[in-house]
Ligand binder design. Structure first.
Ligand code: GLN
Length: 230
């Protein structure tokens, strides 16, 4: 399972979310604390953020811990909505930038922690990669993010081995699902962090139960139980 993180709030630097925290995504790339599947996340990383209404992405198929260019530039990148991920590729999936989250349809940024049988998803030519996560992202974009909970419950029921933790953001909303892996939420004064695992030992981190949909807007955080079965 990969690890991901989303931010919605005031403008903050990408480094303050990804690089600076003691157990942030850079540390999680070689020493995650709550990862149940896979030991480390060395198969690439990606950061996407909103620059006004523009989506900007920086992805790599190399480990985050060794990226000195990103370390140099990340303190100068500021945004109110950020989505970042480090990747542990599923066996059989290509290790390439186009298979690395976050994926986008031009309106949303999206990351997937998990695994899903590609045979239960429609074949399209629009997925960025043959990686299961890229095909899943394409399907979610096609169905629309308002159907995210339904899509996850349907896929999770069709593939009992699927793990479907999704994180998505569009500049004013973050959406996340738990379906087989960990997720935590930190409500800060200046915004909300949603992450596969806490980036520090702040006691305010709250764990999200499995099979839930999380929605973050300017009005706050809502949790809804998902249908389907796991
Ligand atoms: N299945 C996806 C991939 O291969 C995600 C893997 C993961 O969550 N570790 O990239």
């Amino acid at each position: 399972m990969c690890r991901h993180l989303g931010w919605l709030g005031r403008d903050v630097t990408v480094s303050s979310l990804v690089l600076d925290p003691p157990y942030g995504l850079r540390t999680q790339s070689y020493a995650p604390r709550r990862q149940k599947h896979g030991l480390l996340n060395a198969d690439g990383w990606g950061v996407g953020f909103f620059d006004g209404d523009e989506i900007r992405r920086w992805r790599s198929a190399a480990p985050l811990w060794g990226d000195v260019s990103f370390t140099s530039v990340a303190p100068a990148l500021r945004s109110h909505c950020v989505l970042a991920a480090v990747r542990s590729a599923t066996v059989g999936m290509p290790i390439e930038v186009s298979a690395t989250a976050p994926f986008t349809d031009g309106r949303w940024l999206l990351s997937h922690n998990g695994i899903v049988d590609r045979r239960i998803m429609p074949v399209t030519s629009s997925a960025e990669s043959i990686c299961d996560s890229a095909i899943l992202a394409d399907l979610i974009f096609a169905r629309g993010l308002d159907a995210l909970g339904d899509v996850i419950a349907e896929l999770g029921t069709a593939d009992p081995h699927a793990r479907l933790n999704i994180l998505a953001g569009n500049g004013s909303r973050l959406l996340a699902t738990t379906w087989g892996d960990t997720l935590s939420v930190l409500r800060r004064e200046d915004g909300v962090v949603v992450a596969s695992e806490p980036y520090d030992d702040d006691p305010d981190w709250e764990d999200v139960p499995d099979c839930h949909l999380v929605e973050v807007t300017a009005d706050g955080v809502t949790l809804t139980a998902l249908g389907g079965k796991r």
